[in-house]
Design a binder for this molecule. Sequence first.
Ligand code: M6R
Length: 606
Amino acid sequence: MCGIVGYIGKKNATPILMQGLRALEYRGYDSAGLYVAGKGVLKRAGKVDVLAAAIPKEFSGNAGIAHTRWATHGPPTEKNAHPHTDTSRTIWVVHNGIVENYAELREAMIQRGTTFESDTDTEVLAKLIGEEYGMGVVLEDAVTRALKKINGTYALAVMSEREPDKIVAARLGSPLLIGIANDAYFLASDATPILPHTRRVIYLDDGELSILSPNACMVRREFETLSKKIEVLEWDAETAKKQGHEHFMLKEIMEIPEVIKNTLRGRLDFNEGTSVLSGLQNVASRLANIQRIIITGCGSAYYAGLAGKNLIEEFSGVPVEVEIASELRYRRFTGDSKHSILLAVSQSGETADTLEAIRIAKRHGMLTLGIVNVVGSSIARETDAGVYNHAGPEISVASTKGFISQIIVLALIALMLGRQRSLQKAKGRGLARFLSELPEKVSEILGRKDMVAEVAKRYASMQNALCIGRKFQYPVAFEGALKLKEVAYLHAEGYGAGEMKHGPLALIESSVPTIALLPMDSVYEKTRSNVEEIRARGGKVIAVTTEGNEAAARLADDVLFVPTTHEAFLPVLTVIPLQLFTYYIAKERGLPIDKPRNLAKSVTVE
Ligand code: M6R
C-alpha cells in the first residue's frame, strides 16, 4: 500500500528520500513522487527507478517529503501520483488512507471555482489545507482545521514553500512514525526507511499531529502539546536486506528455523508443561474463564487462525470460531461478550479490516488480543493485550515465516489455555518438547529444497491445481493454494479432502494436478482414499507426506517428505514444501516473486 517518507535536517534530502522510497517498495505501489524544499516536485508513474532517472543533479535541499502510491482513486498515472498541491501551488501533501467524503468536498469546491488536476481524494485534502492556509494561519493550524472537515483515514505529511523549514505530519487510522537522529528527523509509514539512520522512534497515535523542524519535533493533539515516549526499534537495517538470496521470499523461508526459535524463546515452561506469555499475563485470569474465542485475520493470517482453531480446541476444549476480518466487521456480534475474546492475527499489524474488527469487538465489550509481528503497529497498540511473533521483518508480499510464526504463537496460546483447564502436565510437557524440536525438523526440510525445485520444474507450466487436506492439514490446503495464486499466478483451489466427491472431482484430469497433504496422521487412511480416487480418474498427485511412508511413492506421481512430529504441529512442517514449490514454480516462470502484480504487503485500506 502507499508509503510516506520525510526528512528534515542538514543533509541533502533527495538521496535520503529516494532510499526511503526504495525501502518502501515492498509494500506495493504503482507511482512515486517527491517534493524537496526550494526545488519543487517530481512525480512519475511506475517504479521508483523511473522517478530516480528523472531527478536532475541540482535537485537538492535540506527537507522533503516523498510517496509511493498504490492507486485507489484514479489510475496509476503521473497526475495522480503524490505530492498534490493547493490552488496557489504553495503547499505539498503526501497522503495514505482514504478521504471518504472527498466527492462531496470536491463538488463543493468546484462550485466555488476550484479546478482539479487529478482524480484523487488527496488533492481534495491538499486544496482544503490550502484554503485554510490562505487565511493567514501557520501550516500546522491550517492542517488541523482542514482535517476537521474530512471523514476517513490518513497518514499525511505536508510542506509549504512559505515555511520551508517545517514538515507537518498527522495520523488517523494509517501508520506513521518519526525517526529521531542527532541532527535530523525522519518520517515514514513503517520502520524500514528509518532503520539505516536511527532506531529511535516516536509512534504517532490516531488524532495526533507533529511539527518537525531541523532541530525540534513537537507532537500535539488539537492544540495541546503532548510528551511522547521515544522507543527503540529492535530490528536493524541489515536484517531487512536479502542476505545473498535472490529473493526475499526464499530468504524468509530459509529463516524459518531461526524464526521458530525466536518465537518460542523463553516462552516454554518444560517443567510445568505450559507456555509463559508475558504479553498475556495481565489478562491471564480472564483467559482462564473465557468460553469462546473468535479468531480473525485476512489471507494467510486467517488460515493461520484456522490452524489455531484446531490447536486450541484440541488442547483446551475452548470453542473457537474463525472469521475473515472483512466479513466479521459487517456481521452482527452475538453471544456473551464478557466470556468471549477476539484474537486478531496480523503480520503487519496494520490490516484495515482486522483493525476495524478489533474496534467493533471492543465496542461490544470483548477482550481483544493480538498476534502481531510488527512491534508498535496499530493492531499491537489497539488490542488489550497480545503476543509478538518475533519473526523479524517480512518483506516479500507472500507471508511465509510470518505465517509459521503465527501458528507457533497460536500453539503456545493453545498450550496455555489447555493447562489452565484439563490438559495434564505430562501431556503439556510432551507438547512443549514437540514444539522445541520443530526448528531442527524445518532445517531438514530446507536441506532438501533442491528436490522441491526439481519437482516444481516438472509442474511449472500447469494452469490449475487443487490442494487437499483433512483435519490439521485442512488449513494448509488453503494456505498452499493461496501461495500458488499470489506468487505463481496459477489458479489453485484449497479443499477439504472429504469434499472432493461433492464437486471438485469433476475437475480432475491429467492437466489438473492435486497437491495432497498426506502425512501419516490420525486421518491418513481417509485422505489416502481420496488420493486413490483422484488417481483412478487420471489425475496427477504430488503428495506431501511424513518420512517412512514408502507407500506414498507408489500412490503419488511425486512425493515431498517432511519429518514426523505431533500431528497437531505437522502444519508447520507440511506447509514448507508448498512454500518452496510455489517459489520455484514462480522462478521458473520468471515472475516478480517478492512483489506480485496488483498486491501490497500491508493492506491498509478496506
Ligand atoms: O499483515 P497481515 O498478516 O494482516 O496481512 C494479511 C494478509 O494481507 C496477508 O496474509 C496476505 O494474504 C499475504 N500476502 C499472503 O501471503
